[in-house]
Design a protein around this ligand. Structure first.
Ligand code: PLP
Length: 390
């Protein structure tokens, strides 16, 4: 399938993985609801499809579209899963007992749990370390390190990792690098171009974009690695459903315009919070005060829609803010059109002890915003009202 490599992002998002297979000329790709496909003759498929878990035209359309947006080679369509976690799980299954996994310490709490509850007990040696000082992170690289897992910008502290340097050094060691790029989205960053071997997204977030689906995706640039991951996906079975694939494909059509507004609003909100007397610290890669702002400018074409901030106070003050926003909905996820406020302490990182959280830099006064597509003036007024209760 032509992925329109020479075309710009939005054009590819709208025209790749389209309706071109439809005899009826559908402008919108159809949802293929069929479990099985009839064979042309025994052992010979009509169009490459046999059984829904192995492949489905709606899912394949999505996989072509995402691969195009991630600048993956033609031989490597993406692999779409039933959740972000299923995608992470599939990628981590390339590890074998005795291998080592090096992980950046600021990552989604669910990934930490997957690693601690499933991967470490499998006999994989796991090391968590901060990527803020790359040289010190790299001291953990050993001859056993098969995979490095990083998230950039990270959840929830919006740390930016120097993935190009990391990849250079990892590859000299024969180590693969996987990047959870959920916060950045392929609109603002394409980690394969930095040298990453695996790019992962929770499609539940910005790719779907409307808080109405669950999905995940892996994209790679080595066909052999893709074949290995596809085999795991096929036999373990956590594939994206046709309907979620269709919804995600629809979301991708507007990813560029949504991300531009998310980033515009997030910048305004971050700048507002930074000058607020009751806010002690703001985390947003688009702020000059962000410790990796220069790196973010080199790696990203925009800084995304996620903002973190610390208020002057502790759990009680955090609760007061959470309970007094009206537009910012108190909810767990991110990346939808509506703005969301969340509290990692009691939500995404609730499984960690206070000591573990503090060691990772997540304090009791830390709040996370997914800045939506409402008007920034209204969002700022909403935060102003909530902060006035402190
Ligand atoms: C950065 C990041 N990665 C992975 C996931 C897991 O994705 P899902 O909830 O789609 O399984 C999340 C979910 O919040 C996330 O924020």
């Amino acid at each position: 399938m032509d992925r329109g490599e020479t075309m710009q992002f939005s054009t590819r998002a709208i025209h790749t993985g389209g309706a071109n297979e439809s005899a009826a000329g559908d402008v919108v790709p159809p949802i293929h609801l069929t479990t099985i496909y009839s064979y042309a003759e025994p052992g010979v498929t009509q169009a490459g499809y046999e059984y829904i878990r192995y492949g489905n035209p709606t899912r394949c359309a999505l996989e072509e579209c995402i691969a195009s947006l991630e600048n993956a080679p033609a031989a490597c369509p993406s692999l779409c899963f039933s959740s972000g976690q299923a995608a992470v799980d599939c990628a981590l299954r390339i590890l074998r007992p005795g291998d080592a996994l090096l992980v950046s310490e600021d990552i989604y709490g669910g990934t930490v749990r997957l690693i601690e509850e499933i991967i470490r007990p499998m006999g994989v040696e796991v090391v968590f370390a901060s990527t803020l000082d790359m040289e010190s992170f790299l001291t953990h690289l050993t001859s056993k390190t098969r995979l490095i897992w990083v998230e950039t910008p990270s959840n929830p502290l919006l740390r930016v990792t120097d993935v190009p340097t990391l990849c250079q050094r990892a590859h000299q060691n024969g180590t693969l690098v996987a990047v959870d790029s959920t916060f950045g989205t392929p609109y603002f960053q394409t980690p394969l171009d930095w040298g990453a071997d695996i790019v992962m997204h929770s499609m539940t977030k910005y790719m779907g974009g409307h808080s109405d689906l669950l999905g995940g995706v892996l994209t790679v640039r080595d066909p052999a690695l893709r074949a290995q991951l596809f085999e795991v996906q096929k036999v373990s079975g956590a594939v994206a459903s046709p309907f979620d694939s269709w919804l995600t494909l629809r979301g991708l059509r507007t990813l560029a315009v949504r991300m531009r507004t998310h980033a515009h609003n997030a910048q305004k909100v971050a700048e507002y919070l930074e000058q607020h007397p009751k806010v002690s610290r703001v985390y947003y890669p688009g702020l000059p005060s962000h410790p990796q702002h220069e790196l973010a400018k080199q790696l990203m074409t925009g800084f995304g829609g996620m903002v973190g901030f610390e208020i002057k106070g502790n759990v009680n003050e955090a609760r007061a803010v959470l309970q007094n926003t009206k537009l910012f909905l108190l909810a767990a996820s991110l990346g939808g059109v509506e703005s969301i406020i969340s509290y990692p302490v009691l939500m995404s990182h609730a499984a960690m002890t206070r000591e573990e959280r503090y060691a990772r830099g997540i304090q009791d006064n830390f709040l996370r915003l997914s800045v939506g597509l409402e008007e920034s003036e209204d969002l700022i007024a909403d935060l102003e009202n909530a902060l006035a209760t402190l």
